[in-house]
Write a protein of this length. Structure first.
Length: 450
């Protein structure tokens, strides 16, 4: 009997990764065939070094957003394994059992925030983090230290058709290393070391200089690679900084950095959704730094501004009080329900229909705080009765259809919570960058202060 469970509700989540792979992998690299050399991103009129002073009402909104988001990770994290559900009903009660290691990584970081902000009891948080570390070290199936993307939340049995995922393993590791730096706990420190140091990064290169997109039980390594700018920066930095199985720092130069020009804004992007400019920067602090190619924090500032302008170029759909699209659930104009799509722009990607995804603006809070706070607070003020839930915003909604998602997604809750805290205090950045491997990796990749 196949021990790899086949969850009926897993289909959309598994297809989600396949769809995003098509956008962010080597399919796009065919258009941008080689890495850019000495490409300089200029912040133009944007100064990412100027701190944004929060007004009391903005501080209160962000605290509520974080508190509710942290509740998602607490209530939908397993007391047995520490794993977190990939998605859950926005109203709360949930019977689905599909966990995601990406959501778990975001969840571990959220628990650090919940402890620091006193949202939850310290001893209970510490117990949950220890449980998570033990399960991922001792019980969760892995191959060369890499974990399967989806599994049963309590047993850890991988979902049928799920992939061994280097990018989702990296999201998990970012959460693990955040906990290692935050909690002064000998067991957490030891288990975090063991989990991180077990990962055999060169194996996932599969003989190349860029990582294979994934490995599958029935076919081995996928032919697509992580060879074009996206959320992958954290994966390369984790690998280059590994104390046990590092890859050559030259691999940092091996992925392409395509250029986009939009309404006078010039930046690196791969025509994928906005989250690709957010995820790595949830943990790695790219402020006041650059490598041979770019100031990546300024790059994300510009990418967010370009995305806002892109949305506002469709005034029948979007306005200053209602904008933001990134990979999310969608229902379609026919109301049939179409699962998950990777939409956004510029350039336009996917079946854009006026749906808004709050995580787009929330994940860019540190990059464009005034604009992102304005739209998030405006949407909450106008649509709170249907779009604001037990855990904050629902994943996506479109009042014109009308449609309000009944789910929240762990990865979208996670990026929202972390970036809200980074705007408020920079706390996740300051914690994560205490890890010596993070500092060493950036040095090996040639980052200098600016």
């Amino acid at each position: 009997m196949d021990r790899h469970l086949d969850f009926d509700h897993a289909t959309n989540s598994v297809n989600r990764r396949l769809f995003l792979q098509t956008l962010t992998g080597s399919v796009l690299a065919a258009t941008y065939s080689s890495p850019l050399r000495a490409f300089s991103i200029e912040p133009q009129t944007i100064d990412p070094g100027v701190a944004y002073k929060l007004r009391p009402e903005e501080e209160a909104f962000l605290d509520q957003l974080e508190r509710r988001g942290c509740s998602f990770f607490w209530e939908h994290g397993s007391a047995i394994s520490g794993q977190v559900l990939d998605r859950a009903h926005a109203a709360g009660p949930e019977t689905r059992r599909l966990a995601s290691i990406a959501a778990t990584g975001f969840g571990l970081t959220a628990l650090c925030i919940a402890d620091w902000r006193h949202y939850l009891p310290h001893n209970e948080i510490l117990k949950r983090v220890r449980t998570t570390m033990r399960f991922h070290w001792e019980k969760l199936p892995h191959n060369h230290g890499f974990f399967y993307h989806f599994s049963d939340i309590d047993t850890g049995v991988p979902a049928n058709r799920t992939e061994l995922s280097p990018i989702d393993t990296s999201l998990l590791l970012c959460g693990i290393l955040t906990c290692r730096a935050y909690f002064k706990d000998a067991e957490i420190h030891d288990l975090a070391n063991k989990i991180y140091e077990r990962v055999d990064w060169p194996w996932m290169l599969n003989g190349g200089k860029t990582f294979a997109m994934a490995w599958r039980r029935d076919q081995g390594f996928e032919t697509h690679r992580w060879d074009t700018y996206s959320e992958e920066m954290m994966m390369y930095l984790l690998a280059i900084g590994s104390p046990t199985h590092p890859i050559d720092p030259n691999c940092w130069d091996a992925f392409a950095r395509p250029q986009v020009d939009y309404e006078g804004l010039h930046y690196i992007s791969n025509a994928a959704p906005l989250f690709t400019h957010q995820y790595s920067q949830a943990w790695y602090d790219f402020r006041h730094k650059r490598d041979a190619y770019a100031d990546y924090f300024a790059n994300s500032v510009i990418a967010t501004l370009a995305h806002k302008r892109f949305c506002l170029s469709m005034p029948n759909y979007y306005s200053e009080d209602y904008w933001g699209i990134t990979a999310s659930d969608w229902i379609g104009r026919d109301g049939a329900g179409h699962g998950y799509t990777a939409w956004g722009g510029p350039p336009a990607r996917g079946p854009i229909d006026g749906t808004v995804v709050p995580a787009a603006a929330a994940g860019s809070l540190p990059f464009l705080p005034k604009d992102c706070l304005h739209v998030l607070m405006a949407m909450k003020a106008k649509y709170a009765d249907k779009a604001w839930s037990r855990y904050g915003f629902v994943d996506a909604f479109n009042p014109r259809l009308p449609w309000y998602d009944t789910d929240v997604l762990g990865i979208d809750q996670g990026i929202s919570v972390i970036m809200a805290e980074n705007l408020r205090s920079g706390k996740v950045w300051s914690i994560f960058m205490q890890n010596p491997e993070a500092q060493a990796a950036m040095q090996r990749c040639g980052f200098i202060a600016v």
